[in-house]
Design a protein around this ligand. Structure first.
Ligand code: NDP
Ligand code: 3PG
Length: 488
């Protein structure tokens, strides 16, 4: 086997067709740290010809990979997970520099990814097909039997976002491979170096050449060529609603799994435990500086307890540390200037339209101090738009119906949460919220990773989650046996 060394100095190469490749145009993209603008490394700016090469290799390798018994495919995924543990510290350090994730969260991302891989390998081994007898349908009998198995879709294009470049990449790649597919993986440009370790670990684990192929380059330049390529059989994408909707328009008649933006609401009723609720909301809103699709992005609170909740939220927010990710600060610089400018725009709009600033509205370059507004009204952008940054709007409501109505008016439908001790009320609200998942007495969040995770409306299409992802990237194949009726 060729050596698994994916970098020379700080120049990173891509695993492609079982080789470590460079851009055929000889072009590279420099990756700088959002923390201090230092140069972290250079990735390949690949061309259309490189994409063709990756997809052609994926196509050929998939045929053989699908023939390998599931247990052997699972063994390779287990092995890759064990190898990833070896790189835990190194990958976490890259995440800290490349996407400004606090060190402890970066370590958690790697650990969660290792667990995800082991669970995927085990789940794949336990997935079964089914046998259906004809006699349940009028006019047929037991001589007609359908044997239904799940078969791979072929070549899966996996595209992941910057905020979890390791975990949200493996949450596509591992289930795709487990199901017998090959993969063309396009990591986020800011996040590529962290994501590139996946090529390294699968190479070390002995994954056959061509089964996993990495393509790097700017989505705005290479994206359309990838998503419309006739060699791609399915697209599994996590990222912004804007790009997700563009993919849905352009991709043609292939299956899509899209996990997009959100505007998750926390509905807070009078009888909740206010201390726990405030702590939950603050964690949910400000982890990784709010750069999570599942972040709590607005609070809809009953008027009678709004003052008390707001002061408890402010007390929790005041404890958050702002600083460098290597020092494990809770609020770290946003991913780029554009993101910080956008968050500042939403803050300025809220102030201009009369929201009451409770804490925050301080900025230094890409650092935005955690900001909370009270008395946010429906005419303000922050009531509807996803900041992907550390800003939390509080909207006061008079009734449960009003809270449900505001929650459902959003274009998004990822998650929602309800805080109350009354399970009957919680359940009734949960049933009315137009979202993929409702959390009762907990912040909105994706995990544990074997639960279904999905968005409705502009938040997505299809369902992720270990078993659900394997199902989404395989299809039913039926073979019907027609027995001789004379032997019945
Ligand atoms: N629902 C969910 O599970 C999640 C949703 N998100 C959402 O993602 C957004 C933040 O992530 P961000 O990375 O900025 O999202 P983007 O949509 O900007 O980018 C996501 C990925 O798509 C690529 N891309 C960009 N343009 C195209 C194109 N035309 N065709 C194909 N691929 C393309 C990007 O590449 P490049 O980096 O080179 O531009 C990147 O790899 C937020 O809106 C957030 O809510 C994030 C995480 C989870
Ligand atoms: O990228 C995201 O925002 C994730 O899908 C949410 O994951 P989390 O709830 O585990 O942070």
């Amino acid at each position: 086997m060729f050596s698994c060394i994916f970098r020379e100095g700080n120049i990173y190469k891509n695993l492609c067709g079982g080789q470590w490749t460079e851009s055929s145009a000889g072009e590279r993209i420099k990756i700088y740290s959002p923390v201090d603008d230092s140069l972290i490394g250079e990735i390949q700016a690949q061309t259309r010809a490189d994409v063709d090469f990756a997809i052609q290799n994926a196509k050929e390798a998939q045929k053989e990979w699908a023939k390998i018994p599931t247990s052997e495919r699972a063994d390779i995924i287990h092995k890759a997970a064990r190898i990833m543990e070896k790189y835990e510290e190194e990958i976490a350090d890259v995440l800290v520099k490349e996407i400004a994730k606090a060190k402890s969260s970066a370590i958690s991302e790697v650990k969660r990814t290792v667990d995800f891989m082991h669970f995927t390998a085990e789940t794949a081994k336990r997935m079964t097909g089914e046998t259906i007898y004809g006699d349940a349908f009028p006019g047929f009998d037991k001589t007609k039997i359908s044997l239904v198995e799940r078969v791979p879709l072929g070549v899966i294009l996996c595209i992941s976002p910057f905020n979890y470049p390791v975990n949200l990449s493996i949450s596509k790649i591992a289930p795709a491979l487990a199901g017998g597919n090959s993969v063309v993986f396009k990591p986020p440009t800011q996040g590529s170096i962290s994501a590139m370790y996946l090529g390294q670990i699968f190479c070390e684990a002995g994954l056959p050449g061509g089964v996993l192929n990495i393509v790097t380059g700017k989505g705005s330049e290479l994206g359309d060529y990838l998503i419309t390529h006739p060699g791609i059989d399915m697209i599994n994408f996590t990222g912004s609603t804007e790009v997700g909707q563009h993919i849905a328009k352009e991709a043609g008649m292939i299956p899509l799994l899209l996990e997009l933006g959100g505007k998750d609401a926390a509905i807070v009723l009078e009888d909740c435990d206010l201390d726990e609720t405030a702590q939950n909301i603050v964690k949910g809103a400000f982890n990784y500086s709010g750069q999570r699709c599942t972040a709590v992005k607005r609070v809809l609170v009953m008027e009678s307890i709004a003052d008390e909740l707001a002061s408890k939220i402010v007390a929790e927010v005041a404890k958050l540390t702002v600083g460098r990710p290597e020092d494990d600060a809770q609020i770290t610089p946003l991913i780029n200037d554009k993101a910080a400018d956008f968050v500042q725009e939403l803050i300025d709009d809220a102030i201009e339209k009369g929201a009451k600033l409770l804490i925050g509205n301080k900025r230094e370059k890409r650092y935005i101090w955690p900001t909370v507004f009270d008395y946010v009204t429906e005419d303000m952008r922050i009531a509807w738009e996803e900041p992907f940054g550390p800003v939390l709007p509080i909207m006061r409501v008079k009734t449960i119906e009003e809270a449900i109505d505001i929650s459902n008016k959003s274009e998004y439908g990822l998650q929602g949460c309800v805080f109350t001790k009354n399970i009957d009320k919680a359940f009734a609200i949960a049933q009315k919220l137009e979202v993929g998942t409702v959390q009762i007495n907990n912040k909105t969040e994706r995990g544990p990773d074997h639960f279904p995770f999905l968005g409705v409306k502009a938040s997505g299409l299809g369902t992720q989650g270990i078993r659900y992802s394997i199902e989404a990237m395989t299809r039913s194949k039926a073979i019907v046996i027609n027995l001789d009726k004379d032997f019945q």
